[in-house]
Design a binder for this molecule. Structure first.
Ligand SMILES: [Fe+2]
Length: 258
């Protein structure tokens, strides 16, 4: 047995869909309720679907009984304030797990590299069922900010930077990629993140919106990359030393969105 995966994501691990006309919709993300939740960077989250329909964003496996990232329960009060966001998350017709808007404060490139992590989307996911991937719909207009993906956490040559103007729509296997967003600001960034189960419904959705992995990285100078890389190594070494002085070891980043 093995998981059902999307052929469109098989090779590159991500697809970029047609851009959505975000300006035509009201800014629903400013109306919904947020909870403090530390993720990669300074963040808050506003759930639309959660484990039991409460306004909280913990991973479904951290609830009783623990379960995988599927069958999210829509939160009535949030859905009522964000009908367009809800419609878009439900449009593929694929099973939805966690669904929430992230608010991310501005950061710098070395923060992004420090924040790189892999999601734990498929914990407890039964073999033979659909692999969980995540949709990212950028809501605010952040054309100079980038979804930053790396196949190898410390290898800049594996880096993919996808710009995030309003309406950008990306689906990523975030358990495969190390990822974080480089958000230059100055305003907070808002993005709808949805866990979808791979399968024929999601495949059809990707096809409908012309999902492609054809992408050219925006230019970033060697010096900027090298300097940020060195900063990350220094911060990680400092962190390891601090932990060692406390008699513990650094087990690396855990899924900060869990
Ligand atoms: Fe993540």
């Amino acid at each position: 047995m093995s998981y059902i995966k999307s052929a469109a994501l098989d090779e590159k691990g991500y697809v970029i869909l047609d851009r959505y006309d975000q300006a035509a919709d009201p800014k629903e993300w400013l109306d919904i309720e947020y909870v403090d939740w530390k993720s990669s960077g300074v963040t808050q989250f506003a759930p639309l679907a959660s484990a039991f329909g409460e306004i909280e964003v913990n991973g479904f496996w951290n609830h009783t009984p623990p379960r995988t990232d599927k069958d999210g329960v829509w939160i009535e009060s949030q859905v009522a304030k964000a009908p367009n966001l809800t419609r878009r998350a439900q449009e593929p017709g694929a099973n939805v797990g966690r669904c929430r808007v992230i608010e991310l404060q501005p950061n710098i490139y070395s923060d992004t590299l420090y924040n790189l992590h892999q999601d734990d989307n498929n914990r407890l996911n039964p073999d033979g069922t659909g692999w969980i991937v995540r949709g990212f719909f950028n809501l605010s207009d952040d054309p100079e900010s980038f979804m930053t993906l790396r196949e190898d956490r410390f290898d800049p040559s594996t880096e993919i930077r996808i710009a995030l103007p309003a309406g950008a729509q990306i689906i990523v296997d975030t358990q495969r990629f190390w990822h974080a967003v480089w958000h230059k600001g100055p305003e907070p960034r808002y993005c709808l993140i949805t866990s979808w189960e791979s399968g024929p419904e999601l495949d059809a959705y990707i096809e409908k919106y012309h999902g492609t992995s054809e992408h050219e990285n925006p230019y970033l100078s060697r010096e900027v990359i090298d300097e940020a890389q060195a900063t990350v190594q220094r911060r990680l070494a400092e962190r390891a030393a601090t932990l060692a002085s406390q008699g513990t070891t650094d087990r690396g980043p855990v899924d900060p969105e869990a």
